[in-house]
Design a protein around this ligand. Structure first.
Ligand SMILES: [Zn+2]
Length: 436
């Protein structure tokens, strides 16, 4: 009898311990325990206010490129780096902390230039020297930051200038044309968004071999605005936002013109991100000729956005009268319609992406939110060259020039946060980064 009682008691005790463990586990999950990959995906699907979720990566860690987040499963993660101080000093910090990624990018472009554009590295370096005076004339601090990066990474200064002028090298001295490009940008102003917020974002499509060289960087450069952006390590400006509520996306554009000098477009991107208002940002595009053509989609938390199509020596500005703007890789501004548009001819999917993105955005007018952007950024019409671009599915997927979506970003300028994927958004969860 005693033994039977004891068995039942032990079973009850084990059951109580099991229930207690289950309860504690549920409590831990409820309080924000480490999410599994599935939970991250579900979180993104359900839009459970992801803006409140600050990524742990913000703690200025050099996260590994393929950090294990849930019991050993590999997940792409873009390393986060925070730097501060005067231009030379923050450049040194960047060079030191991102040396591995900068070196990776130099190696990648050395191969890419040679295999796709038949430009060897010495030729690229020689051509890059012509851009140093342009960068210095544009903003000496930006040139100082590049010098600091070369010192911090212990790499030759000209190699860093090559990275910052890599678009001009490809367009102006490339001996072959690659048609493998992309990028789809969206902006929605408060009059059409669900929460009356300013949203701007894009899929950035480029050579898939660049992925290991990408970083997210926060640059505290007081008294200028603090910048939070995603960029190719070693390049001073790309896609992101600043502490004054300004956000920036971009598309490559092409025209049948070889420019004689000008400011490298990635330096122009930094000039825009250094600006605290839209007029000043436009002024950063127009104050000097550009090294090549590009489209700059710029928005501000005050609720306005503009889109600037700029060639070497001309530009036009599109204002979103219906509250939405979309842009892909061809010129659409009235002033630009008669130029010889090389991207339009080379990547005709630009028209489909522009049309699909416009339809999917404008038909949601009044209820647009981050989920609307995600639905657009995962659209595969025209696969493999759709908005969510899958260069790896193309026949020549191993070629150095194969383009795919390297990252997808959605910025909420009122909250000072962006959501970002490392890789195609159909396969990778968005993670949130906020300005400190
Ligand atoms: Zn996809």
């Amino acid at each position: 009898m005693d033994r039977i009682w004891c068995d039942n008691d032990c079973k009850c005790e084990r059951y109580r311990i099991f229930l207690l463990a289950l309860y504690l586990q549920l409590l831990a999950n409820e309080r924000g325990g480490k999410p599994t990959r599935t939970q991250l995906k579900n979180k993104n699907r359900k839009n459970t206010n992801p803006w409140r979720v600050k990524s742990a990566i913000q703690n200025n860690q050099r996260a590994s490129q393929h950090e294990s987040r849930d019991g050993g499963q590999e997940m792409n993660t873009i390393p986060f780096i925070r730097v501060s101080g005067p231009a030379i000093e923050r450049g040194r910090q960047l060079g030191e902390l991102a040396k591995e990624q900068i070196s990776q990018n130099i190696t990648m472009y050395r191969q890419y230039f040679q295999e796709v554009y038949r430009v060897d590295w010495d030729e690229a370096r020689a051509y890059a020297t012509t851009y140093v005076p342009w960068i210095e004339q544009y903003d000496m601090e930006i040139m100082d930051e590049i010098r600091g990066m070369s010192e911090g990474a212990n790499l030759d200064l000209l190699d860093l200038v090559v990275l910052n002028a890599r678009s001009e090298i490809i367009i102006n001295i490339g001996k072959a044309h690659s048609v493998l490009d992309g990028c789809t940008c969206l902006a929605a102003t408060p009059i059409v968004t669900k929460e009356q917020e300013m949203l701007i974002g894009q899929n950035w499509d480029w050579n898939h071999l660049i992925s290991p060289g990408m970083i997210v960087v926060e640059i505290d450069q007081s008294p200028k605005p603090t910048i939070l952006m995603v960029t190719e390590a070693g390049i001073v400006g790309k896609i992101g936002m600043n502490s004054e509520g300004l956000g920036l996306c971009m598309n490559f554009l092409g025209m049948d013109e070889v420019s004689e000098g000008g400011v490298p477009i990635h330096v122009v991107l930094r000039g825009i991100l250094n600006s605290n208002t839209l007029p000043k940002a436009i002024g950063q595009i127009t104050k000097l000729p550009r090294g090549t053509s590009a489209n700059y989609m710029i928005a501000h938390k005050e609720g306005e956005s503009v889109d600037v199509e700029a060639t070497h020596n001309d530009y036009d500005v599109i204002y979103p009268l219906d509250g939405c703007t979309t842009h892909t890789n061809h010129f659409i501004a009235p002033r630009m319609l008669n130029i010889e548009d090389t991207k339009r001819n080379g990547i005709p999917d630009t028209h489909l992406r522009q049309g699909v993105a416009t339809r999917l955005l404008t038909t949601q007018s009044g209820s647009i939110d981050a989920e609307t952007f995600k639905r657009i950024f995962t659209n595969h019409a025209g696969h493999p060259v759709g908005i969510c671009r899958h260069g790896e599915a193309m026949a020549d997927a191993e070629a150095a020039g194969t383009a795919k979506t390297v990252f997808s970003i959605i910025m909420n300028l009122n909250k000072g946060c962006f959501e970002l994927t490392a890789g195609n958004p159909c396969e990778n969860p968005y993670e949130t980064y906020c300005l400190k």
